[in-house]
Design a protein around this ligand. Structure first.
Ligand code: SF4
Length: 236
């Protein structure tokens, strides 16, 4: 059997739609971090139903479980323990256990650097979006065509964990507006991290979520956006 790794983001959704339009036989696999946005848990079953394909959900324990084991040491761009533990490990275990023949990956034609990554797995990888020359606008248009574009794109740059440290200032503010309870959870984890870790890590090097919550326009301008790229593994 062939598989498509889906995240609820536009790339992997468009990939599943493209393969379905072509009449390919495949199943979908979703690595649940336990910290996905509600919109993601909403869009994935809609996709599965629309294209009538099986959605396999895999997990290696929730992000919160691992966070507690790490003593509330928050992950960050230079200490990115979460991607491996909650995204890659469960997917890889699933593909190996089930002896997947081919895994389709949602890398677009406008991401040549990602295509250079070597495949060290036992299964073959294929990149239909890149081969079809599809870029960012094309994948979003295809999803929108089937009314399957994740609504988080209305207020957020990427589909990722609600607490992802790669998100931009406006994404955090979007989370505060659209999901204030989840913002509060991320804020509390950050507070715990600053108490229990020597380094006092936060989600962002420039501000804490408590500071961001009450910042005025003037203050916001003093916190430039981080240079870090978004999570390229998680936001397929
Ligand atoms: S989306 Fe962000 S927080 Fe979630 S696993 Fe990936 S890098 Fe970590």
């Amino acid at each position: 059997m062939n598989y498509v790794a889906v995240s609820g983001g536009a790339d992997s959704t468009a990939l599943a739609l493209l393969l379905w339009e072509r009449g390919e036989d495949f199943e979908m696999v979703f690595s649940d971090t336990g910290g996905e946005l509600p919109e993601t848990y909403w869009i994935l079953p809609r996709l599965a139903q629309r294209i009538d394909k099986k959605l396999n959900v895999v997990s290696n324990g929730s992000f919160f479980q691992h966070l507690v084991q790490y003593g509330f040491l928050l992950p960050g761009p230079r200490m990115r323990w979460c991607t491996k533990l909650v995204k890659m490990v469960p997917q890889r275990n699933f593909f190996n256990q089930i002896r997947a023949e081919k895994v389709f990956v949602g890398i677009r034609a406008d991401e040549p650097r990602r295509l250079e990554r070597k495949n060290t797995e036992k299964y073959e990888n294929a990149y239909p979006l890149a081969e079809a020359g599809m870029g960012k606008k094309d994948v979003k248009a295809l999803c929108a065509n089937y009314d399957l574009l994740n609504p988080v794109y209305e207020w957020r740059s990427n589909v990722s964990c609600f607490f992802c440290f790669f998100q931009k200032k406006r994404d955090w503010l979007g989370l505060l507006k659209h999901h204030p309870t989840l913002y509060g959870v991320a804020e509390e984890w950050e507070r715990q991290s600053s108490i229990t870790t020597k380094q006092g890590w936060g989600w962002n090097q420039r501000f804490t979520l408590s500071q961001l919550r009450v910042a005025d326009e003037q203050q916001l301008k003093l916190w430039p956006e981080p240079d870090a790229e978004p999570c390229l593994i998680c936001s397929l």
